[in-house]
Design a protein around this ligand. Sequence first.
Ligand code: ATP
Length: 335
Amino acid sequence: MEKVLELLADGGFHSGEALGSVLGISRTAIWKKLKMLEQLGLQIDSVKGRGYRLHPGIELLDSERILHALDPSVQKAVVVHTCLKTGSTNDLVRAIPVAGPLIKTVCLAEYQSNGRGRRGRSWSNPFGSTISLSVRWFYRAGMASLEGLSLAIGLGVLKALERCEGSHLRLKWPNDVLWSSANGFKKLSGILLEVHGDPTGDCEVIIGIGVNIALSPEHINSINQPAVDMQRVCGSTVSRNRVASELINELCRTLDIFSQQGFGYFKEQWEQYDAFAAQDVVLDASGKTVFGVASGVNGHGGLLLKTGEGMIIFNGGEVSLRAMTPEKRRCGKSE
Ligand code: ATP
């Protein structure tokens, strides 16, 4: 599959016969490989008399290009791996031998068969249409001081997407990046942090990021909450390799600042992008529904919720925040 993709990467049409003769396999074998790619979600145009091509706008990952576009200081601090297909980039990045304690390992895949969201939910990413990126970072000051990291990462992702011409972007606590459209908020990016190690000493942080770049309308509609991609946000084609480089640049900067100054450095900026600031919201906290007014975050990234019983602070974990719909508002008031 990889070799067929390399030939299609130029965006031009290639006949089955030409592809077959370059790779030394039959037209039928080529056709089977193309079908396998389509089953993973890659859009391939097939035009009678001209052959096959990648659907316009699809750009495959290129580790050289990604590395080249990194800030010089970041180039020295990371190793970047790309692959065609994996279960989850969070798992893959942990399996790659570490190049050094100060080096961040970055791993990107064209397709994940088992992309994860929080609390066992799944993250969908058709082949070549999203950025699925994971970073492995070693941190010495203990898990206990990682509070707020997930929010700082969300802010970093938003900033990277703004640099790629994304606008009207907002953050939903703790770290989803949303696009604010005339029809309400739509999810553009999700983040999953996995932390292992010592509460007060060495630990390992795996940061998984999914950003939608160019999804088909069928795919967008198959997601069970309003979703969007960078192409729709920007109104033009967006380079996946550029988004990957900007994400790596911004993540490295964020991790370096966070390890020196903690979440306090990011708090004010996070609040400027808060999608639900001062709005009625509903929280699912370990199965318990709590209604209130979103009132920003504290210095550790905890969500402040003004409720009938006073201000309550919620910290990550099993908590999901949603906008209050008129329906939920009626339920909340009648309780
Ligand atoms: P919360 O973090 O508040 O609990 P969430 O429901 O968005 O919110 P996550 O774990 O962050 O949960 O993300 C997983 C969810 O994201 C899925 O259940 C699905 O609704 C949605 N989702 C899955 N794939 C995509 C995608 N490619 N683009 C946008 N949304 C997606």
